[in-house]
Design a protein around this ligand. Structure first.
Ligand code: FAD
Ligand code: 2HG
Ligand code: ZN
Length: 471
């Protein structure tokens, strides 16, 4: 390994090869503090050429590499294993926004650009880059692409995959594939771009991307509404889809229990709806017409919802600051859970037609088998994406509870997901957390195809091994 480290020095300046514990440690534990690994070194390349050279050295020396962006992922994908033989390749120095093409409505960015920096750069030129999630101040576009991240605008603009037109990728051989074309149509055989998106660093290292931009909406209205049942929230969604069509840009659900937890840790994030109802829904409409037009439409739909008894209360944000407060309340649930202690996350999608029965039955089963647990259920209802998280009963040690109950709780929830023909990972990916569960979930044929692809693209198994699939 000494030889490998010496070879690395021919590629990177000493200060970009971290080998001392105090320098490496910030890169070795994930955001949730769920995984901690060891690494031979943490390397910080600046260019795709440097990444390619590093990968060639990894291939020669049989050293596995764990690509890393902001390390905000929830499935341990960017954390190395405990062997101390892997390297972490963090892309944060590759943070140049290379170009905004105004006519083509695209932005070309390097993998280490922070998501929020891309949003801000786009906005400065009157464009919207619609990918938006709670970690946007620290996650990086390479990580977003590698996990095919979702977030709060998927309902209108799609997930990261839908926003990407082209990629630059370093392969397991250390070659650079330049697929940085900003084309909206390109049927030239297999779609390599889509293969790398969502592959969580197991098939190649994304070094740059061409992403779509949209006109910046000029009017936006945000409202919080109260509902008594799951079925009301889904009927309400359908009503908004019918009446507001493409103006509907956000539809997020939060249960009473989720917002109780928020209030406990962040009293300033208390629900403005009276009595914190069973279900609070955050709805956003955006448009390019006047504010008055959108406001009128929103009020009309809300009136119809009241008349149909779908909602029991509503509050419309009167200015941007209030709208931001509503969104912060939604986004703070993850932070409140982190404050409360380690929790069990289930990032799932369920067809909307099966959502009511899923929640009813799963809640009942979970409460019967694990008395006292708290079900922190919230998420992107417009996409059928729930964050069906489980927190231990109050007063119980979280780590001890999770150690004993993690497996049976995951099994119970995932069995329910299968029953409803849902997905065990809607937007957070697989990483190491769901590696075991994936075979059963995908089925033998799909799982074997995934392994075939992994073997073909990374025969030495040096790119993020034992994440997503094991070969
Ligand atoms: P990392 O965590 O560093 O890496 C994630 C995976 O991608 C790893 O497997 C890693 O090896 C791989 N990878 C990273 N960079 C590259 C690269 N350049 N090339 C190849 N592989 C790479 N996720 C959502 O989908 N929706 C949400 O609403 C959402 N909200 C969040 C809110 C909070 C508060 C937090 C902490 C996280 C949230 N996440 C959400 C999860 C996380 O932010 C996303 O998964 C994000 O896309 C990860 O980006 P990252 O740069 O942190 O990637
Ligand atoms: C969100 O939607 C994120 O806020 C985080 O995907 C979900 O904390 C979670 O489980
Ligand atoms: Zn989410």
């Amino acid at each position: 390994m000494q030889i490998f480290l010496e070879q690395l020095h021919q590629v990177l300046d000493q200060k970009y090869i971290l080998t001392e514990d105090q320098d490496k440690n910030p890169y070795l534990t994930d955001w949730r503090k769920r995984y901690t690994g060891k690494a031979l070194a943490v390397v910080l390349p600046r260019t795709a050429q440097e990444v390619a050279q590093i990968i060639r050295l990894c291939a020669i020396n049989q050293v596995a590499v764990v690509p890393q962006g902001g390390h905000t992922g929830f499935c341990g994908g960017a954390t190395p294993d405990s062997s101390g033989k892997q390297i972490v390749l963090n892309l944060k120095r590759m943070n140049t926004i290379r170009e905004i093409d105004v006519a083509n409505q695209t932005i070309t960015v390097e993998a280490g650009c922070i998501l929020q920096a891309i949003q801000e750069k786009a906005a400065a030129q009157d464009f919207l880059f619609p990918l938006s999630l709670g970690a946007e101040g620290s996650c990086m576009i390479g990580g977003n692409l590698a996990t095919n991240a979702g977030g709060t605008n998927v309902l209108r603009y799609g997930n990261t995959r839908d926003l990407c037109l082209g990629l630059e990728v370093v392969t397991a051989k250390g070659e650079i594939w330049n697929g940085l074309k900003g084309l909206r149509k390109d049927n030239t055989g297999y779609d390599l771009r889509d293969l790398f998106i969502g592959s969580e660093g197991t098939l190649g290292i994304i070094t740059a991307a061409v992403m779509k931009l949209y006109p910046l909406p000029i009017s936006q209205w945000t409202t919080l509404v109260a509902a008594d049942s799951v079925v009301s929230t889904i009927t309400l969604l359908n009503l908004f889809q019918k009446r507001a069509t493409s103006l509907l840009t956000g539809f997020e659900m939060m249960t009473q229990e989720s917002l109780d937890l928020n209030e406990k840790h962040f009293p300033q994030m208390a629900n403005p709806l009276k009595g914190n109802p069973p279900y609070t829904v955050l709805i956003e409409l955006s448009d390019h017409e006047s504010e008055a037009h959108v406001r009128q439409l929103l009020e009309t739909i809300l009136e119809e919802a009241f008349e149909a008894s779908l909602i029991t209360d509503a509050v419309i944000a009167n200015n941007l600051a209030q709208a931001n407060t509503f969104w912060h309340m939604r986004e703070h649930i993850t932070l409140a859970q982190a404050e409360e202690g380690a929790n069990l996350k289930h990032d799932i999608t369920i067809p909307l037609s099966a959502l009511e029965s899923f929640i009813e039955e799963t809640d009942a089963l979970v409460r019967a088998k694990f008395p006292g647990v708290r079900i922190i259920n919230f998420g992107h209802l417009g996409d059928g994406n729930l964050h069906y998280n489980i927190a231990p009963p109050i007063g119980v040690d979280h780590k001890a509870f999770n150690l004993t109950n993690e497996k049976p709780i995951h099994e119970l929830v995932y069995a329910q997901v299968e029953r409803c023909q849902g997905s065990i990972s809607a937007e957070h990916g697989v990483g190491q957390l769901k590696l075991e569960g994936l075979r059963a979930h995908k089925g033998e044929v799909a799982h074997e195809l995934m392994k075939t692809l992994k073997r073909a693209l990374d025969p030495q198994n040096i790119l993020n091994p034992h994440k997503v699939v094991s070969i």
